[in-house]
Design a protein around this ligand. Structure first.
Ligand SMILES: Cc1cc2nc3c(=O)[nH]c(=O)nc-3n(C[C@H](O)[C@H](O)[C@H](O)COP(=O)(O)OP(=O)(O)OC[C@H]3O[C@@H](n4cnc5c(N)ncnc54)[C@H](O)[C@@H]3O)c2cc1C
Length: 400
């Protein structure tokens, strides 16, 4: 038997969930499928400051949520479901070149928030709760898309458990290896960064004072993101080869981190379990085709050095939901290509610009010769002394 739905979203990661939540109450029948087992959000409380033993506490994957994405998540009813004491707001960011003397300080007046740092699993849990109370959305776990065939009114989709769905719009929110993208023959261009991101949580000697720090080390960009506990940071270190770093004993790893971040937080006292994630740059040549749309990592994968991937995915979800709401009012099919192209037009340029900026940063900071070092440092000094340029960059990243 075939099940009927207006919109079938494949992938209940952050962006698929956000799109579904944004469509709640829209009178469109929305089905959201994910191949994963239902994630269980950990309900543990963060223990307070010093002496905190890292094993357990905070999940390794966190996201920096920019003010624009926070506004969207608040409007769709997800943000307020996250306990406020699990959200770390930062108003300042220090960026510097580990092979030079220059730096850039963002938010020096400390007036407005530059972003919030939240564990991915808490963001996901908030979105799942939002979706669960919506009458028009059905969410299914352990439901894997295997085939999709174009039919007159949209797509006929098959799951690997043998079930079929008919939908007017098929949305690929299924990540970098998108099966929807592949089945709908949407080409993408991309290349590996030859870097992996090493991620963990560390405890430091000095309080982070809610400042996000990023040092471009000779090994690659190293971010210390302030967590809700004043002495805990989430680190993301993008390196060419993490084998040696993963093999280091905890004590040696902490010492290396202390040196690499130039003792700015005193010594790194302890570390949690380390994880690595391969990094690739990828962009779909089209985000839409007749009765299909791609959002989030399925459409674009960028380097995480500015923490923007999920933020771009949220902006995709927001825009597509707006376009679909407009279609319903006009009595048009959600799979109408003319309509879907509005979504593509509104999102593609920003995503390409952000992806290209990350690519440029990654390349410039991978080079190590005196001329390039001088240029990098001169450029950084110029930006730091130019308030207009700094606020422009802040506005671009904040997407408010
Ligand atoms: C180290 C690191 C740090 C980062 N930090 C930040 C940050 O600070 N801020 C930020 O904005 N971004 C950050 N990002 C990027 C961000 O994590 C991603 O952009 C975002 O999680 C992508 O979400 P998504 O929902 O598009 O895709 P995914 O998270 O990949 O979700 C895809 C979902 O689709 C499901 N799926 C796949 N195939 C199928 C199928 N055939 N059938 C059914 N389901 C399927 C999967 O199970 C999965 O749940 C970071 C990335 C990395 C690697």
């Amino acid at each position: 038997m075939k099940e009927e739905t207006d919109i079938l979203i494949v992938g209940a990661g952050l962006t698929g969930l956000a799109l579904a939540a944004a469509l709640s109450g829209s009178r469109l029948r929305v089905t959201l499928l994910d191949a994963r087992v239902e994630p269980v959000a950990a309900g543990f409380a963060v223990k307070s400051s010093r002496g905190f033993r890292l094993k357990s506490g905070i999940a390794a994957r966190v996201s920096t949520v920019n003010p624009g994405a926070k506004k969207f998540l608040t409007r769709i009813g997800a943000w307020n479901r996250i306990a406020p004491d699990r959200i770390s707001t930062f108003k300042k960011m220090h960026v510097w070149d580990g092979r030079g003397t220059s730096h850039i300080e963002f938010g020096d007046n400390g007036a407005s928030a530059l972003g919030d740092i939240v564990e991915n699993q808490l963001l996901e849990a908030a979105l799942i709760e939002t979706v669960a109370v919506a009458g028009n959305i059905r969410l299914e776990w352990q439901a894997k898309l295997s085939e999709a065939n174009r039919v007159e009114a949209g797509y006929e989709v098959q799951l690997d458990d043998g079930r079929y769905f008919n939908c007017s719009l098929l949305v690929g929110a299924d990540g970098g290896n998108s099966r929807v993208r592949e089945l709908c023959s949407i080409r993408s261009i991309g290349w590996p960064y030859d870097q992996v991101a090493l991620v963990t949580t560390v405890e430091t000697e000095y309080a982070h004072e809610s400042v996000a720090r990023q040092c471009f080390t000779g090994n690659g960009p190293l971010a210390f993101l302030p967590l809700v506990d004043a002495y805990l940071c989430s680190i993301v270190w993008s390196v060419q080869d993490a084998t040696d770093l993963m093999a280091l004993a905890n004590k040696d790893f902490c010492e290396l981190l202390t040196r690499s971040i130039e003792h700015r937080l005193g010594s790194v006292r302890s570390t949690d379990k380390r994880f690595t994630f391969p990094l690739i740059h990828q962009h779909a040549l089209q985000y839409v085709a007749s009765h299909v749309a791609l959002i989030g990592d399925a459409a674009h994968l960028i380097h995480p050095l500015a923490g923007q991937g999920a933020n771009l995915g949220f902006a995709d979800a927001k825009t597509l939901a707006q376009v679909l709401a407009g279609a319903r009012l006009e009595g048009r099919s959600p799979g109408d290509l003319v309509l879907l192209k509005q979504y593509q037009r509104q999102r593609r340029l920003e995503n390409i610009v952000m992806g290209s900026v990350m690519e440029a940063f990654k390349r410039i900071y991978s080079l190590d010769n005196p001329g390039i070092n001088w240029l990098r440092n001169t450029g950084m000094r110029f930006v730091n002394n130019n308030d207009t340029l700094k606020s422009l960059i802040t506005r671009l990243v904040a997407a408010d």
